[in-house]
Write a protein that binds this ligand. Structure first.
Ligand SMILES: Nc1ncnc2c1ncn2[C@@H]1O[C@H](COP(=O)(O)OP(=O)(O)O)[C@@H](O)[C@H]1O
Ligand SMILES: CC(=O)N[C@@H](CCC(=O)OP(=O)(O)O)C(=O)O
Length: 259
């Protein structure tokens, strides 16, 4: 049995287009798993969705960092996230010797899902529900790799922002959440890394337009979990080999979002 809390690592879609980044991340995950650390990987894939929508002649609209997802786009979104993105990561995990289980938010009753806001179409909002399935996988020493496609009780396939998916799963397993993006953390107006941020500082930087789009969604998701758990959530980069090494040792990296 693991003594430390489950490490919930969320990776953004840009990782999937970087072989080296994936290999480094999976090597780090394999080291942690070998040391008895349970790791749950949650992934996005926004850039793959963009590519697939364009290839199919569809247009993308985002509202406040979230993709408006009309019914005719959902098969493409589901294919890109629960299909291609998920399997690319499973393949990279296998190469690093990790036994993984590819899954989505729709599996094993892990979350409950409903439509977030009618204006966004088939975009989901999720709440933690039942950890049995995830704990079963983690207790085998396997790594769940979870996409952000959910299914509502009405049987709708829903597109969930992957940072918000990671938030629900981190709460579900009472885990330690680390959000890994393609930037070293939250940057200030001059492009410098901010080491620590609390609620009022976040509100100020959002109002100033310094934190926007995907980073706004990410920081708000991180703050929610930090407050819920009473401990900081880290926003860091999968690109940075040094940050990954520190993470393996249990250290702090990137921007600490304070409760
Ligand atoms: N203050 C900020 N600091 C860092 N990145 C920011 C900031 N404001 C906006 N961003 C943008 O947010 C992006 C990260 O969000 P997102 O694209 O959703 O990442 P991911 O796909 O990794 O979840 C950055 O690449 C950057 O373009
Ligand atoms: C509703 C919504 O916006 N869903 C996201 C899900 C993928 C995602 O979040 O990917 P990244 O982590 O790479 O940004 C989308 O369709 O892009």
């Amino acid at each position: 049995m693991a003594t430390k809390s489950v490490l919930v690592l969320k990776v953004g879609g840009a990782l999937l287009q970087c072989e080296m980044g994936m290999a480094r991340l999976m090597t780090a995950a394999a080291e942690m798993i070998a040391a008895g650390q349970q790791v749950l990987l949650v992934h996005g894939g926004g850039c793959l969705v963009d590519e697939q929508l364009t290839a199919n002649g569809k247009e993308t609209i985002k509202l406040d960092g979230l993709r408006v997802t009309p019914a005719d786009q959902i098969p493409i979104v589901v294919g890109a996230l629960a299909g291609t993105s998920n399997k690319i990561l499973q393949a990279a995990a296998a190469k690093a010797g990790i036994v993984s289980v590819g899954m989505s938010l729709g599996d094993g009753n892990v979350v409950s899902a409903k439509i977030k806001d009618e204006r966004l179409g088939l975009v989901g909002e999720v709440e933690p529900n039942d950890a049995t399935y995830l704990n079963f996988i983690l207790n085998q020493g396997w790594m769940p790799i979870c996409s952000s496609i959910a299914i509502s009780s009405q049987g709708e396939m829903l597109n969930v922002n992957a940072d918000q998916a990671a938030t629900a799963l981190a709460k579900l397993v009472n885990g330690t959440l680390v959000l890994l993006s393609d930037v070293s953390g939250v940057l200030d107006g001059k492009g410098q890394l901010i080491n620590s941020l609390n609620k009022s500082e976040i509100e100020y930087l959002v109002a100033q337009g310094v934190i926007e789009k995907g980073m706004k969604v990410k920081v708000e998701a991180a703050l929610e979990v930090a407050q819920w758990m009473g401990k900081p959530v880290q926003v860091a980069s999968w690109r940075d080999a040094e940050q990954l090494k520190t993470l393996v040792k249990g250290g702090s990296v990137g921007t600490q979002i304070q409760p």
